[in-house]
Design a protein around this ligand. Structure first.
Ligand code: ADP
Ligand code: ADP
Length: 237
């Protein structure tokens, strides 16, 4: 087991509100780690600490360190944009851009550099295959992403995240807005991605954590211990 991310005694405050308290955890390469716990216990905040987007919410305070492949991302002079490009993110509500399916997936690579049409076509096709969506959309790549079902939109968002070849994929309750069939498809997808990618997934669904993850981090259910991690270990299958 090799850590991709080492979280060392991290605490996080929104203004004076404590959201995370002294959490330490290793997120291992090419494993799925589930972050589980009740609403308000700090799960979302925790994964957004890993790509430094929690701090976009306003005045915040961060204590402790996070090492991303050996680099302390909370050190001074860290290149945050470079960090964020290496971490894909998928949110609770599918949020495709109101542009074509193709352009949604190509988006990150268009920003990252100059790619030929042929190269972009390959990247888009490969990402859509990885997200198990290619067969469903290959004949309508130029159609608006907003015409897809909720489950397809979420897999498109996963394809968009994968297209830039991130080292880590963060998912914040990616199935809670989906129906059971769409949820099952995303869960199957997680299994197929695991051999190449490090994944951290927030869920409040214990059964889902058991189905998809190798490791489980439980955040406190106790009001007085908000933001504390109470247990971390291999998921019991
Ligand atoms: P979860 O994802 O487990 O539901 P969150 O990380 O969203 O928990 O929230 C943890 C705590 O931080 C909660 O008390 C929540 O109200 C608070 N919080 C979250 N986001 C903000 C914010 N932008 N400003 C102030 N407090 C916030
Ligand atoms: P989730 O459970 O997915 O984190 P929420 O409904 O808790 O979603 O939060 C939605 C948004 O509101 C997030 O950007 C979160 O950071 C922010 N938020 C949550 N709690 C608070 C709070 N107490 N004050 C300000 N913003 C908050």
């Amino acid at each position: 087991l090799i850590p991709a991310i080492k979280v060392k005694n991290i605490s996080f405050y929104y203004g004076t509100t404590k959201a995370i308290e002294k959490v330490s955890i290793d997120i291992y390469q090419k494993k799925v780690t589930a972050i589980i716990g009740p609403s308000g216990c700090g799960k979302s905040t925790f994964i957004k600490i890993l790509n430094r987007i929690s701090e976009l919410e306003g005045p915040v305070k961060v204590e402790g360190d996070v090492e991303f492949f050996g680099q302390n991302i909370y050190a001074p002079r860290v290149n945050i944009n470079r960090l964020r490009r290496q971490i894909g993110m998928v949110f609770q509500k599918p949020n495709p851009f109101p542009i074509s399916i193709y352009e949604n997936v190509a988006y990150g690579m268009r920003i990252a550099g100059r790619y030929s049409k042929v190269e972009l076509d390959e990247i888009v096709e490969s990402a859509l295959h990885s997200a198990a969506l290619w067969d469903e959309v290959k004949d309508k790549l130029d159609k608006s992403a907003l015409g897809l079902s909720g489950g397809q939109q979420q897999r498109l968002c996963i394809a968009r995240a994968l297209a830039v070849k991130p080292k880590v994929l963060l998912m914040d309750e990616p199935c809670s807005a989906l129906d059971p069939i769409a949820t099952m498809k995303v869960e199957e997808l997680l299994h197929s991605l695991q051999s190449e990618l490090t994944i951290a997934i927030v869920t409040h669904n214990m059964q889902q954590a058991t189905r998809v993850s190798d490791f489980t981090a439980f955040f406190s259910t106790d009001e007085s211990r908000i933001g504390q991690m109470v247990e971390f270990g291999a998921t019991e299958q």
